[in-house]
Design a protein around this ligand. Structure first.
Ligand code: GAP
Length: 514
């Protein structure tokens, strides 16, 4: 097994052991691709959401937030195209009775060529040692070139089939490349069919004729159908944006990689309404602004890259993903799309209501164009968790697991620890905790040795530990231990609010954004 896979498994286990993420309904053997956030997970998640919300609504005069309902009129999903086109191509294996996404089976096959190339590179690197020129090897080695040629050939065929929505060709690729079911090991496949990803339920009593409604697959439509309400009541002038954080639901066929692809997840979406013709200028603005928001967190600039879409959805005239380097490769965390006036025009058509904006400067009415920024909270959570996890060897047989969370989003900001459980130290520590708890999430811990308590806080990413000892009773000073450096210094209790506040407040991040 690849090393990165092991690391990922360890991170998933750590997330459970330390109260970040639990499998949903675990005592009933779990519910696939549904997860619960534990006591530390919810704090981290809330802090990520606050960072996004405040960056959007507090730092921009022209962006306001809403919270629309999950249930919406079913015609909304007809208008948006989700009823007809929000599909994945699925295929069943007749022997294992398991269902797969045909495109994912083929993508995995494409990835195998890259694995073969990487193996060749690793072998050669071992053989040639220091003198190995990897770039040259990749450009000239016949075996590497042959694998790359086959990969590109399959990729082109696959992309053409997907773009043409050619389900027969997708099946033919699976047959031609002799892709087997990982469970049964057979090639006994059904035809490829389209599968709509929206969950349905019923509203109202069936006797009266219940209405079939959907659990929203994105939060964006709640913004579109409210855009005029917000514009009018908030006296907003174009360009302006509406931000929303909320749950979305998709009946994903292939649920993999922990919280990366879930059936119930959370999105942070912002629709920015602009004049027709100005959308590409604003697309560029949001493309850069959003990457900056990510980078300010300090997880490592090299872990991000843009993936500009060459093939665009019919309603979009520009699209980019921001990808993050997860242990399983670069993956989409956020999408920035220039969606033209497609959604609003569709809602105008399907509702029969005029939803145009009167532009006082141009003295004309029009349907605004929209730039969308859409980021998954859970994927953001996963990128933070994976990039902050470190199993650190401290030498002399000592080690620790530490989560290097950016301090402003750490679940717990400080822990107050009496050195011993006697001599009035617990009372003094409690007093300090009560003082700090109004400004910071603050834990109190008196159990086990001080070393063990430091390790427990490292494992949940607490930036500061405050140790109360006998000297504290004499001069009102404490030992302040910093998580990453493990450095300890003596500071006055009266200084704590200021020292912590400067580092752990969300403002320290927000100020870097402007
Ligand atoms: N309104 C546009 C929209 O929903 P999307 O690319 O389908 O676009 C946006 O989703 C973001 O939502 C993704 O970049 C990803 O972070 C997150 N997301 C989508 N499907 C997800 C899933 N099944 N599980 C977790 N996050 C998901």
């Amino acid at each position: 097994m690849a090393k990165q896979e092991d690391v990922f498994k360890t991170i998933v286990a750590h997330a459970k052991e330390y109260g970040f993420v639990f499998q949903s309904s675990e005592i009933y053997d779990g519910l696939s691709a549904v997860y619960d956030y534990g006591q530390n997970g919810v704090e981290l998640k809330n802090n990520i959401k606050r960072y996004w919300w405040e960056a959007m609504t507090m730092l921009n005069d022209n962006i306001v937030g809403i919270d629309s309902a999950i249930f919406m009129h079913p015609t909304i999903w007809k208008a948006s195209g989700h009823v007809d086109a929000f599909n994945d191509p699925l295929i069943d294996n007749k022997d294992s009775k398991k269902r797969y996404r045909a495109d994912v089976l083929i993508e995995d096959e494409i990835a195998k060529f890259d694995e073969k190339i990487n193996k060749e590179v690793a072998k050669a690197a071992k053989r040639f040692g220091e003198s190995f020129d990897e770039a040259m090897f990749r450009q000239t080695n016949p075996r590497v070139l042959e694998h790359a040629r086959k990969r590109d050939e399959l990729h082109t065929r696959f992309a053409e089939a997907m773009n043409a929505n050619d389900l027969n060709e997708l099946k033919q690729i699976i047959l031609d490349y002799e892709i087997v079911d990982p469970i049964s090991g057979t090639r006994n496949w059904t035809d490829v069919r389209q599968f709509n990803l929206m969950f349905k339920t019923e509203m109202g009593s069936t006797a009266d004729g219940a209405m079939e409604v959907y659990l929203r697959p994105e939060t964006a439509q709640g913004i579109f159908v409210n855009y005029l309400n917000v514009q009018k009541t908030g006296r907003m002038r174009i360009p302006f944006g509406i931000a929303q954080i909320g749950k979305a639901f998709r009946n994903e066929i292939v649920a993999r990689q922990f919280i990366f692809r879930m059936r119930e997840f959370e999105q942070m979406e912002m629709q920015f309404f602009v004049r027709p013709g100005e959308e590409l200028k604003w697309f560029d603005h949001w493309r850069q602004t959003r990457l900056r928001w990510h980078k300010v967190l300090g997880l490592g600039d090299e872990k991000y890259r843009y993936h500009d879409h060459e093939k665009l959805a019919h309603y979009a005239n520009a699209a980019t993903d921001i990808e993050f380097q997860m242990p399983f490769g670069f993956k989409e965390v956020e999408g920035i799309h220039s969606r033209t006036n497609f959604d609003l025009s569709q809602h105008e058509k399907f509702s029969g209501k005029k939803i145009q904006y009167f532009d006082p400067e141009l003295n004309e009415s029009y349907v605004p164009y929209v730039i969308e920024t859409s980021i998954g909270v859970d994927r953001m959570f996963l990128s933070v968790l994976c990039s902050c996890y470190e199993a650190q060897d401290l030498g002399n047989g000592d080690s620790r697991v530490v989560l290097h969370f950016p301090a402003p989003i750490a679940p717990v900001k400080c822990a107050v620890l009496p050195l011993v459980k006697k001599d009035g130290l617990p009372e003094k520590a409690r007093e300090i905790q009560h003082r700090l708890r109004f400004d910071f999430t603050c834990q109190y811990d008196e159990k086990d040795s001080i070393g063990k308590r430091y390790r427990r806080q490292d494992a949940i990413g607490t930036p500061y530990c405050i140790t109360v000892d006998h000297q504290t009773l004499e001069d009102n000073t404490v030992t302040l231990r910093e998580r990453d450096s493990m450095e300890q210094r003596r500071v006055s209790v009266d200084e704590l609010e200021k020292i912590l506040g400067d580092v752990v407040s969300l403002n320290s991040l927000l100020k870097k954004l402007i």
